[in-house]
Design a protein around this ligand. Structure first.
Ligand code: 5RP
Length: 267
């Protein structure tokens, strides 16, 4: 592996082989998502506990201080919205030149397997990997399901992750599911887990993150279940303990409750 590629991956994946990426890219198709209306304010208290930010160039320039940030994974696919005809109809939005100008550590792109835009989005990934590899920039593929959340099962996600890796992704982001070990085992590159829409209890998040880590994920790329939580710092610190300190869900809950108490007391 060339020095640039290895160096970028090392900035993203920590010495323990694990990673906590904080995605704040949701606005690129959802607009001002709840509790991400002002991204700079959302991320400020969370940055110390994240290993990298997943963000578009617009929010990066407008809301992230270049002197105080973490490594950046630049979201480079898009072109659709929640109110448009089909979320899957994405193209490439951002050039490699722009990625170099922004000094990013990786590029992120969605693929929509099983949709009318499967071929187009998979070729977007291949084309991006062709260019990014020339400059030593890793690509993270996002196995997107759009509004069809019920697609998140082991058979479908294994298929998506394997295809993304075969086409050149250096890291794959997917959803946790039952029998997650099969997803990881079928994917020859590191896998990180997204959270999806906010779930009902903190414990549900801690349990799936823990299970996924036990089954071979290297970490998370988890957004709404952190920054839509009423106590986002407590949530990220608890999740970080699972990702980097092998905490079990109950220990993570104790961390969550303790940081929450500190936060309430400081208000
Ligand atoms: C949005 C994304 C997000 O980065 C990804 O879904 C992770 O965020 P969340 O945990 O909120 O699902 O790719 O398109």
């Amino acid at each position: 592996m060339d020095w640039g590629m290895e160096n970028r991956l090392a900035q993203l994946i920590q010495d323990d082989g694990h990673a906590l990426f904080l995605p704040i890219d949701h606005g690129y198709f959802q607009g001002p998502t709840r509790r991400l209306e002002q991204p700079g304010k959302t991320i400020e208290p969370l940055l110390p506990y994240s290993d990298a930010l997943f963000v578009t160039r617009g929010v990066l320039r407008a809301a992230v201080d270049p002197r105080k940030t973490k490594p950046v994974i630049l979201r480079v696919s898009g072109g659709t919205s929640m109110v448009g005809k089909d979320l899957a109809n994405e193209g490439l939005t951002t050039s490699i030149e722009e990625a170099l100008r922004l000094n990013v550590c990786a590029l992120g792109i969605s693929v929509f397997v099983g949709t009318d835009y499967e071929r187009q989005t998979l070729l977007n990934l291949s084309q991006l990997a062709n260019e990014a590899e020339r400059y030593g920039i890793p690509v993270m593929a996002v196995t997107a399901v759009g509004k069809e959340l019920e697609k998140r099962d082991v058979r479908y996600l294994s298929l998506c992750c394997r295809i993304a890796a075969e086409l050149g992704a250096r890291v794959v982001k997917t959803y946790w599911c039952e029998d997650f070990d099969k997803v990881v085992q079928g994917c020859p590159v590191p896998v990180v887990m997204a959270g999806g829409p906010q779930v009902d209890t903190e414990m549900e998040v801690f349990e799936f993150v823990y299970d996924g880590m036990q089954k071979g994920a290297i970490g998370v790329n988890l957004g709404r279940n952190i920054w839509q939580n009423d106590y986002p710092v407590a949530a990220i610190r608890a999740i970080r303990s699972i990702v980097h300190e092998h905490a079990a869900p109950r220990e993570a809950l104790e961390i969550y409750e303790s940081v929450k108490r500190e936060t309430v007391a400081a208000r």
